[in-house]
Write a protein that binds this ligand. Structure first.
Ligand code: ADP
Ligand code: MN
Length: 179
């Protein structure tokens, strides 16, 4: 039985992790495999102006979490979303059926971020974010432990395996209370 307004018939999945761990690549492939909707929060922030200005040091918009959650509420309630963002503690806990934290070996991540043009504080803070497992910790403190899963994302083979695992999960998901 659906209750408390939790009536979505398709699952919501959050894919989080340090920038460069492969969130957008993984989500794009997952969308092809499942037909779910890709919600790239960073792009949403830019296109809808859901921010409080520009951070010079990190060269990114300062996200306005309330505006982002308001913007996403209706589609999250409807279900069938794959949310892609390098943060997870400000989304309502009830939105997600699964929270995936992608993780990458430090030296591999360093190379990816360097080829993306990251340097200085932006580079070192993101590498530290990965070393200290900031996103895994954030996910574990924000969501029930049985829905949080860490997946390694070092190689192309890892991506294929992760997409297979998550596609299977999405296809087998049923609304709670039904069998
Ligand atoms: P994010 O969205 O987490 O910032 P992207 O999906 O944009 O990461 O990936 C960043 C770069 O790293 C891209 O060039 C992508 O092709 C590469 N990449 C990501 N994950 C992997 C992986 N598991 N194996 C090989 N290359 C990867
Ligand atoms: Mn991305």
């Amino acid at each position: 039985m659906a209750s408390g307004g939790m009536t979505r018939t398709r699952p919501n999945l959050l894919v989080t992790g340090t920038p460069g761990t492969g969130k957008t690549t993984t989500c794009s492939l997952l969308v092809e495999a499942t037909g779910l909707r890709h919600v790239n929060v960073g792009e949403l922030v830019n296109t809808k102006g859901l921010h409080d200005g520009w951070d010079e040091e990190f060269e990114c918009h300062v996200i306005n979490e309330d505006l982002v959650c308001d913007e996403m509420e209706d589609m999250m309630e409807e279900g069938g979303n794959i949310v892609d963002y390098h943060g997870c503690d400000f989304f309502p806990e009830r939105w997600f059926d699964r929270v995936v934290v992608l993780q990458t070996d430090n030296s591999i991540l360093h190379d990816r971020l360097t080829s993306r043009g990251y340097m200085g504080v932006k580079l070192t803070s993101n590498i530290e974010c990965e070393i200290f497992q900031v996103l895994l910790e954030e996910a574990r403190t924000s969501y029930p432990e049985d829905i949080v899963v860490a997946l390694q994302s070092d190689t192309i083979e890892d991506i294929s395996r992760n997409v297979t695992i998550l596609t299977e999960w999405a296809n087998n998901w049923r609304p709670s209370g039904t069998s």
